[in-house]
Design a protein around this ligand. Structure first.
Ligand SMILES: NC(=O)c1ccc[n+]([C@@H]2O[C@H](COP(=O)([O-])OP(=O)(O)OC[C@H]3O[C@@H](n4cnc5c(N)ncnc54)[C@H](O)[C@@H]3O)[C@@H](O)[C@H]2O)c1
Ligand SMILES: [Zn+2]
Length: 355
């Protein structure tokens, strides 16, 4: 079992965390209400069995399309009906959608109840459960309503990864590669070492630990996202433009993988990044089965980027890699370079780009 306290509360990473969770809840000595994504309700039952007061697991059908105000209201209704008081602790079990929705419900219910997150997807462990951002989607866009609310603890239950479909794991792997480019060193070379192994042989505890460390490092100094946290958006300006231009048919993880290639190319074309390191990033993404090209029309991606620019006072800034382990936020890239990068990302990399 691994524990990270960088954010002032425990982030616990390990397999079969039932006794750790039970001890934590026992020490808090409050009533507990458990909320779970229906797909992991049996796991939530196992993890919270024997908790003081005979816990009931409330199940919700979630998924990105249900990350709405309507679902939020249903969750709040269940909390109120189950008789929560100001001292009740809410435990939320599930992936990133569960983290965002249950965390938001806890932060709003009776003006804020204590919350503990149990992450069951790689995206949740490496990203969504860490840092205290909660939210729902509105008709006009993703995550447009939400709060900053730090949990009392986060448990990354690695056993959950065994039941996760590959497509979901891949979403998380794109974020893990992003974190490894930011961190560099042992983290990046570890991924290179294990990339060709079957997932059951991966050192998941270490990989989640490293990913969490990168996230906490930037969140710790910037909890409300005023500056340093921007670094975590490596590859994401391109990725968000691809997602929007595809009307969200391209998944976030796939868009991030292409976005990491695009950021590498932009850095390469502006003399910031070496061809060899760019090739290492591409090789790793390819070994993990992540896409390196997008079928979305480049002019649509550019239009989406320009719309983004308007929203940010006419300045479009990128986070670019200078080296594996060294990235620079807030880089203004000339439009012609941005255009050529996007045009390049419509075709697979040539052998030369891999070198
Ligand atoms: N708050 C943040 O900082 C932050 C950061 C990154 C992502 N997010 C959000 O996270 C969401 C994506 O998270 P996600 O990819 O985990 O999606 P998700 O929560 O929808 O989970 C993906 C699917 O896997 C199922 N599932 C969950 N755990 C499982 C398990 N152990 N075994 C089998 N199936 C399981 C879920 O029911 C769902 O169908 C997005 O809404 C995104 O906005 C938030
Ligand atoms: Zn992301």
């Amino acid at each position: 079992m691994i524990r990270n306290d960088d954010l002032g509360y425990p982030i616990v990473i390990g397999n079969s965390l039932r006794s750790e969770l039970r001890h934590f809840l026992h020490d808090r000595d409050t009533d507990v209400v458990v909320l779970a994504d229906r797909n992991v309700a049996p796991l939530a039952e196992r993890l919270t069995k024997g908790t003081r007061g005979g816990v009931i697991v409330h199940r919700f059908d979630l998924g990105e399309r249900r990350k709405t105000l309507a679902t939020l209201e249903r969750i709040l209704d269940v909390l109120i009906e189950s008789g929560v008081e100001r001292t009740t602790t809410i435990v939320g079990v599930g992936g990133g959608v569960a983290c965002d929705l249950f965390g938001l419900a806890a932060s709003l219910c009776m003006r804020g109840l204590d919350y503990i997150g149990v992450a069951t997807t790689l995206v949740a462990m490496a990203d969504a459960a860490i840092g205290g951002k909660t939210g729902v989607n509105l008709a006009r866009g993703k995550n447009l309503a939400g709060t900053f609310a730090q949990p009392r603890a986060v448990f990354c239950e690695l056993d959950a990864l065994r039941t996760l479909p590959y497509a979901r794991l891949r979403e998380g792997l794109a974020e893990v590669v992003k974190a490894a480019i930011i961190e560099g060193g042992r983290f990046f070379s570890l991924l290179e070492e294990v990339a060709a192994l079957p997932f059951r042989a991966w050192p998941w505890a270490e990989i989640v630990e490293e990913s969490v460390k990168v996230k906490t490092m930037y969140v710790a100094d910037d909890r409300t996202e005023q500056g340093a946290r921007e670094t975590l958006n490596l590859g994401h300006t391109f990725a968000h433009a691809i997602e929007r231009a595809s009307h969200y048919r391209v998944s976030h993880g796939a868009a991030v993988a292409v976005g990491l290639r695009a950021a590498g190319l932009a850095a390469l074309k502006t003399g910031r990044f070496s061809r060899i390191e760019h090739g290492r990033v591409l090789t790793l993404l390819a070994l993990l089965g992540l896409p390196l090209r997008t079928g979305v029309d480049p002019s649509e991606i550019l239009a989406s980027l320009s719309a983004d620019k308007k929203r940010r006072n006419g300045r479009l800034r990128f986070v670019l890699p200078l080296a594996i382990g060294d990235v620079e936020p807030g880089v203004e890239v000339p439009t012609r370079v941005v255009r050529s990068v996007i045009e390049a990302c419509v075709t697979p990399p040539s052998a030369r780009e891999f070198v």
